[in-house]
Design a protein around this ligand. Structure first.
Ligand code: 1PR
Length: 564
């Protein structure tokens, strides 16, 4: 039996390295992790990957404290191939405004800066395309295809069209660098660089579906010259730039719980009630399929992300037995788009009495293959504390601790609101707005009330207030459910989405109510939703994810269709 070729990957325990391992594995290689600079010198790898996620300073400081600085430089000097991913690419630069006191490897004499958030959501989260100028040859980028879309998630970038960066591009090219670029809104930044044995991408190829796997594969084989006629043209490249250049993200969501027989199933509620009310299955938990199988199915259909929510997380269960861990581990082996997991991300007391901080719970999920964690109940508590503290955090909430270690982009806030009408805005301390739809008493003033524990308990906190607080605490995205609309197949609550967009700068995922492709189109046309999530209509098989994308494409929205 021929043994699989080995790929070495530098691991300083930042974020989701498991997805990269799985991606390399699926291409027929074995991964060996390198944890110290010394090991890098001893193992003498033939091919090396430097992945990084999260905070720049946290990452480079970890690299240096593990003795990597000189060994990486020696490795690059040796001429053997190295590929940087995301913060791995950024490490090649001089530094980043994200962490002004931390120094990069300085192969590229430029500091990264933050995207301008005055006119677009930051972080950039989503699928964007690549521009390769005639000055660079596409063959240096291992088959990077300007007609495909790749998954980006970052707030800082090598922005090329700032006042003080005008000359940088020509300097880089003069110094032998090849550059692939991307536009986010009106900002153009470096999406990939290549020079001799160095190749690096700002996007995540291991999270970019088949298009991304192809690039990793080509790099590992060092297959540089890919004739243009082999670059596959894909559909989905509508010229629509109305979403800052990003595709319209479609997310499939799996609500997971144990049914009465003890099996882990994907279920789906009506206004959060998951028990069957009619037919012979009287009052059983609705069983719509197996979590891992469904995740794979939606990935194949073209879902841009998969979200798993453990909807009975408020029940106590020993951490190591948390069923979601195994689901993630399995799903991450074959699903190469971002995975989010929610439910039970909080400080917990394990069955034996040990305290486990939320950061450790989240770490366990990240190590199993999650890219983001979603926080529901605990985010409401954190926001309440934030206001009690006079509008600041004390550093101890899960939002703060996880965001600090893994980056804002890894922290999603799941909101479970209900619409509440009032006679007068003064009837509540929360921000109200006038709805187009009056209630049965003819009232139009209303607010969206946060609930916790899957809608079981309402709190005196509005969605607007929640988002403001969570963004300040370090959250990177909002998963905006709506109890009134959940399972109704009647379309999203468009007013709620706009209210959430007004509250903050971070991306908002619209959720609850999607029943047909036209509902997605409506949400993207009438609101500033950054992504739309569907559940029931996919589980029941009414429509596939690709039905939704085809429909959006017909209506001139840009969507990602994975390369075949
Ligand atoms: O509070 O941090 O432990 O997180 C619990 C998580 O579980 C939260 O994200 C909460 O939204 C979720 N959850 C709790 N109970 C339920 C329930 O249904 N009984 N599910 C629940 C929430 C909302 C979406 C759903 C969309 C789209 N489900 O996940 O998929 O509403 O549905 P549709 O397209 O069919 O309308 P914590």
């Amino acid at each position: 039996i021929m043994s699989k070729p080995v790929v070495h990957v530098i691991d300083v325990q930042s974020g989701n390295i498991q997805s990269l391992i799985n991606a390399i594995d699926s291409l027929g290689y074995t991964v060996e992790l390198i944890n110290t600079g010394k090991q890098l010198q001893q193992d003498d790898p033939q091919i090396l990957i430097l992945p990084g996620v999260g905070n720049y300073g946290h990452f480079v400081d970890n690299l240096y404290s593990n003795g990597f600085e000189q060994p990486i430089q020696e490795y690059i000097q040796s001429g053997k191939p190295i590929m940087g991913i995301c913060v791995g690419l950024q490490t090649l630069f001089k530094g980043s405004m994200e962490s002004p006191t931390s120094k990069g490897l300085n192969y590229i004499d430029m500091a990264l800066t933050k995207f301008n958030h005055s006119n677009k959501p930051v972080p950039q989260i989503g699928w964007n395309n690549i521009i390769i100028d005639s000055s660079s040859s596409s063959s240096s980028f291992f088959g990077l295809n300007p007609l495909n879309h790749y998954y980006f998630v970052h707030s800082y970038a090598a922005i090329l069209n700032n006042n003080n960066t005008q000359h940088i591009e020509s300097d880089l090219i003069e110094n032998g660098w090849q550059i692939a670029k991307t536009k986010y809104g009106d900002e153009t930044f470096i999406a990939a660089v290549a020079k001799e044995n160095i190749f690096a991408t700002q996007f995540h190829p291991e999270k970019s579906g088949k298009a991304g796997l192809t690039i990793i594969d080509n790099f590992l084989r060092q297959r540089k010259t890919i004739p243009c006629n082999q670059l596959q043209l894909t559909k989905g490249s509508s010229n629509d730039d109305t979403n800052f250049g990003l595709t319209r993200r479609i997310i499939a969501c799996l609500d997971v719980r144990t049914n009465d027989k003890g099996d882990l199933v994907v279920t789906k509620g009506d206004q959060y009630d998951v028990r069957d009310k009619n037919g012979s299955n009287n009052n059983d938990v609705r069983n719509l399929g197996k979590p891992v199988e469904l995740a794979q199915k939606y990935y194949e259909q073209g879902a841009d992300e998969i979200t798993f929510l453990n909807i009975t997380s408020f029940r106590d269960c020993p951490l190591k037995d948390t069923p979601m861990l195994e689901i993630l581990r399995l799903a991450a082996k074959t699903v190469f788009v971002p995975l989010t997991v929610g439910g039970g991300i909080k400080d917990i007391i394990d069955m034996d009495g040990t305290k486990i901080p939320a950061l450790d719970v989240a770490s366990l999920y990240f190590r199993s293959g999650a890219d983001k964690v979603s926080i529901g109940t605990d985010a409401v508590y954190a926001a309440e504390m934030f206001y009690l503290n006079g509008g600041k955090g004390d550093g101890s909430s899960p939002i703060e601790t996880i965001s600090k270690a893994y980056g804002a982009q890894a922290v999603v806030i799941s909101v479970d609101p209900k619409k509440v009408y009032v006679n007068d805005p003064r009837d509540t301390k929360n921000k109200t707005f006038k709805s187009k739809y009056a209630d049965s008493k003819g009232r139009t003033w209303c607010w969206y009330q946060c609930t916790i524990k899957g809608g079981r308990e309402s709190r005196d906190l509005g969605v607007w207030e929640l988002i403001q607080a969570c963004e300040a605490l370090g959250a990177g995205e909002i998963l905006l459910n709506c109890i009134d609309k959940d399972g109704s197949n009647s379309g999203y609550d468009l007013e709620l989405i706009e209210q959430a967009k007004d509250a903050g700068k971070i991306p908002v995922i619209a959720s609850s109510g999607a029943g047909k492709p036209a509902h997605f189109e409506e949400a993207f046309r009438k609101t500033r939703a950054d992504a739309c999530l569907g559940a029931g209509m996919f589980h029941r098989g009414d429509y596939t994810v690709s039905d939704v994308k085809d429909y959006l494409l017909q209506h001139n929205f840009r969507v990602r269709i994975d390369s075949i």
